[in-house]
Design a protein around this ligand. Structure first.
Ligand code: AMP
Length: 195
């Protein structure tokens, strides 16, 4: 059976988490949010959580191999799913290449990468607003928010080129109501998938 694998791409604060929830319901996918998985490890006090927290607290990326191993475990735990939505992963070209290799093994490549486009000022506003209630230390401090956006521009943006070169990239305007943005995403998925 052909699975529908989607990467939801975009800077911190673009709305990936919110839109993932709607996409999962509509397309019956398994959510792999590397940020959520790390926060779960931190909550459970695992070794991986302790290691990841050092980077997350600074707004830096967790080293690739830790992320890739964690995703590999998640993929094999859920091998009967109808597809995955990757949220906040891959965040480096190295991670994107590793993901392609993992998906090659099961002959189910990425169908499309959907990029949520939101201007930088709006991202900062949203993240600091979210920080008032999310309890996430990396949302509560302007300097850390700035670091996360710089890290995105330097390390994650090249991932867009990686998928553009494979003709698996679609940009979506991330400004508007949750429903309107979801409608744009659904359209982009429909035009890239056979489901
Ligand atoms: P997020 O919830 O996606 O905003 O991720 C929160 C933090 O977790 C990031 O700022 C990184 O420190 C770490 N993180 C999440 N996903 C990744 C990833 N794919 N690669 C490296 N670090 C990650």
């Amino acid at each position: 059976m052909n699975k529908l694998n989607i990467v939801l791409f975009g800077p911190p604060g673009a709305g990936k988490g919110t839109q993932s929830e709607l996409i999962i319901k509509e397309f019956n996918l398994t959510h792999i949010s590397t940020g959520d998985l790390f926060r779960k490890h931190i909550g459970e006090g695992t070794e991986l959580g302790k290691e990841a927290q050092r980077y997350m607290d600074e707004g830096e990326l967790v080293p690739d191999q830790l992320v890739i191993d964690m995703v590999e475990a998640k993929l094999s735990e859920n091998h009967t799913t109808t597809g995955f939505i990757f949220d906040g992963f891959p965040r480096t070209v190295n991670q994107a290449e590793a993901l392609d290799k993992l998906l090659d093994r099961v002959s189910n490549p990425i169908a499309v990468t959907i990029a949520l486009e939101v201007p930088e000022e709006e991202l900062k506003r949203r993240l600091l607003e979210r920080g008032k209630t999310s309890g996430r230390p990396d949302d509560q401090n302007e300097e850390k928010v700035n670091t996360r956006i710089s890290v995105y521009l330097a390390e994650t943006l090249p991932v867009a080129t990686y998928y553009k070169e494979q003709s698996k990239f679609s940009s979506v305007d991330g400004i508007g109501s949750i429903e309107d943005i979801f409608a744009r995403i659904s359209q982009a998925i429909a035009s890239h998938s056979t489901i």
